[in-house]
Design a protein around this ligand. Sequence first.
Ligand code: ZN
Length: 297
Amino acid sequence: MEFKICQYKNNAKGAFTFVFDDGCYWESTEWIYEIFKEIYEKTGVMLKGTSAQTVGFISPTLINKWKELFKSGYFDLSAHSINHCIGYNKNTSEEELHKDARDSQAELEKMYGIKPLTYVTPGGGSDEFGWNVLKSYYIANRNGNDRMNIPNNIDWYDIGTFTAMLKRTNEEYKNNIDEAIKSGGWSVQINHWVTKKAEDVFHSQSYDTFVYECNYLAKKAQSNEIWVSSLNEAVLYLQEYEKSTLEIKENDREYEITLVCPLDKDIYNYPLTIEVKNENTSTCVDILPNQTIKIGK
Ligand SMILES: [Zn+2]
């Protein structure tokens, strides 16, 4: 028997993540939730997204609704600054950056009881100076640079993106997903909101292309070609994957397999998939960091 930690959950070939920036487009958020739910009921595939929230943009009247949404499992939370007017680069003082990074996390935790693990830098133009500050509070940062992320070579504070835009066609969204599968990459899509109108206001995606894209993703997830996860889950998985090793002991009857993960146990608790290969068969099992499982011979 052979054992291998899979690059992506369920041994998928590539991965895909939706990040919805700003947190202030409620109508669109409800539509997205309905689309995700409908697809889940139809196919059993749970599409997920991450809401990157700017503290000052969140309407207090919607906090309870957001809480429900986070509980639903379709969305999780990332931080996206206090007021969106901050450049994570050397034109901003270190003190100001620390204040924004720290306060964004603390304020969101106060609002929702959830501590965001990841950050999404607002606007463009972040650089190494800003990312170094984020390292004190977050395990990763999504940037605005257009590129496919290739595992084992990901800069965790400069995660690349694919930007949704009104003018993009079904074909372009499909090609991006196909590219992730073909290259074994992880595509992180920036969305602001989906719209049923014909005019664009900062990078919206048309409702119709979004529905098309979600159905295509579900189809590819069903055939296990792509893993669709939130930003936080993908970061946890891929960082654990980078650092973990398998310890295998064997007796006459079974194998004892331990996933040895040196990362902080309070944060890194996401299961990794192991492929178990026999001569002719291959099966997948999930295992938590530092868990031991037994597999009979
Ligand atoms: Zn933004």
